[in-house]
Structures are given as structure tokens and as C-alpha cells.
Design a protein around this ligand. Structure first.
Ligand SMILES: [Zn+2]
Length: 255
């Protein structure tokens, strides 16, 4: 049975956010520190990257503090970005999909409904959506449509033995999370279904909501699928770098 380890790789931050960004519509008077991450799943002779980070050009345009090219972060654990074969894109916000061109050999796995929304729905061009997306990486993915480098998933689908993408809407139209078989049981890389662990613990969403009812149903689904609550990982919590064994600079082994 294939089993995997999961690593969190910080590529930018820390950033200071109002509490209401991290815990939706509350904690207005608090501040929270967050980081930007990609994740690496390793085991059974395979390497799968979850999310692509952003390119150096985009990091400069968006003035991202503490930015390091995700390819350089991956090199610290001997993963060569230009040889990676599998990249799961959780959703198409710029900080998750903006770095797709850093993986020139990869097959990208993305939910078809997520992809079509950003590419074809006129609402995606309106300010609140445009603000968090990136035309260059969307265009890069579009240029791969019809080739074997872009796999459009419909709902829950296994991509490798022991690695399953789960449709998890709420934060975006069709965000997907990744369930991974580990020695500790099924872990879930939840990306932005939660910014921080507290979202899961307190059953409370974070910011940028397209469907609040869907978001709560997603929480039910993830809690059902994960082997234990501590194996459900958020997208931006600084604790991902602080509470786990560091295997290289800014890289921790979550499980
Ligand atoms: Zn997001």
C-alpha cells in the first residue's frame, strides 16, 4: 500500500492580516500573521506538488515580503521543479496557481468547474475576482487544454494510489483539497478551506467566500474523510512552519 509524507514549504511571508480576514466577520480588532505555502507529497517513488506558488515577476508586482522562488525552496529537499510530474492546483487564486510556469514538465490537476469559471465566466473578470486571480497563469493553463498536461477533474478523483482530490467548494467555486494516505492515516491538505487551524477547530470560515453553505458542508466532508482532526491542514497558518519538525529552511514535515 502506497504511503506518503507531506511537507509544507513556505515561499512568502510573514504577512500581517486583520483577524477578520482569517476568522470571517469577527476578530476585527485583532491581527494575525500568515505565510504563503506550497506542499510536497513524497513516497512510493512519487513526488506530487500541491499548488504552485507565484513566479518571481508576480512576487515583484505584488510586492510579496519574504518571497523565495518556490523552485528554490523545493531544491532544498532535492526536488527539481523542472522535473516534477504531478502538480495539483487547489484553486486559481494567484498565490496558489500563479507559479504554474515553474513546472514545465508537470501535469496539472484541477477541478473542471474551477477552471471553467476563471476562464469562461464573465463574473470572474469583475473586480473582486480579478483582484485575486492572475491572467498569465490562467492563460498558461489554458494553453495546455487538450494535452495530457492538463487533467480536468469532475468531483472526487484519485490521481495516484493513496492520493485523492476532493471537491471542496466554498472559498471558490470548485476548490479541491487533497486526501493523502500516510502512516498516521488519511491526512488532508486543505489549502484555503481554512486559513488557519482555528477555522477547523471553531467551525468558522476564513475570508473570500463564494458559498458559505457550501463551505460548511465542505467542513463536514473533510471531517468525515480525515483520520483525525490534527491531520487536517490549513492553507496559511504560521503554525505550519512553527509546530512541526523542520527538515530544511522554511520546510517542515507535517506527517
Ligand atoms: Zn484562496
Amino acid at each position: 500500500m502506497s504511503q506518503y509524507e507531506i511537507y509544507a514549504l513556505k515561499y512568502a511571508g510573514p504577512f500581517i492580516r486583520t483577524g477578520a480576514h482569517v476568522m470571517w466577520y469577527r476578530d476585527w480588532d485583532k491581527v494575525e500573521t500568515v505565510n504563503y505555502y506550497i506542499w510536497c507529497i513524497k513516497g512510493a517513488g512519487e513526488t506530487v506538488i500541491v499548488d504552485a506558488g507565484v513566479t518571481p515577476q508576480m512576487a515583484a508586482e505584488r510586492e510579496l515580503d519574504g518571497y523565495v522562488n518556490p523552485a528554490d525552496v523545493l531544491a532544498r529537499i532535492s526536488v527539481k521543479a523542472d522535473e516534477v510530474r504531478h502538480v495539483v492546483i487547489s484553486h486559481m487564486h494567484f498565490d496558489h496557481a500563479g507559479g504554474v510556469s515553474l513546472f514545465p514538465q508537470a501535469t496539472f490537476y484541477i477541478q473542471e468547474d474551477e477552471y471553467r469559471f476563471w476562464l469562461e465566466n464573465p463574473i470572474a473578470a469583475r473586480p473582486p475576482f480579478k483582484h485575486v486571480s492572475d491572467a498569465i497563469s490562467t492563460g498558461y493553463l489554458a494553453s495546455l487544454e487538450g494535452t495530457d498536461r492538463l487533467v480536468l477533474l469532475k468531483g472526487d478523483q484519485q490521481i495516484l494510489p493513496g492520493i485523492q482530490c476532493l471537491l471542496s467548494p466554498g472559498h471558490t467555486i470548485a476548490l479541491q483539497t487533497v486526501a493523502v494516505r500516510t502512516t498516521g492515516g488519511t491526512a488532508i491538505i486543505g489549502s484555503d478551506c481554512a486559513h488557519v487551524f482555528r477555522n477547523y477547530q471553531e467551525d468558522w470560515p476564513s475570508a473570500l467566500i463564494v458559498d458559505l453553505v457550501g463551505w460548511m458542508k465542505t467542513y463536514d466532508k473533510l471531517h468525515q474523510r480525515v483520520s483525525s482532526p490534527d491531520l487536517l491542514f490549513p492553507g496559511h497558518d504560521r503554525l505550519l512552519t512553527e509546530n512541526y519538525p523542520e527538515v530544511a529552511r522554511d520546510i517542515t514535515r507535517l506527517v
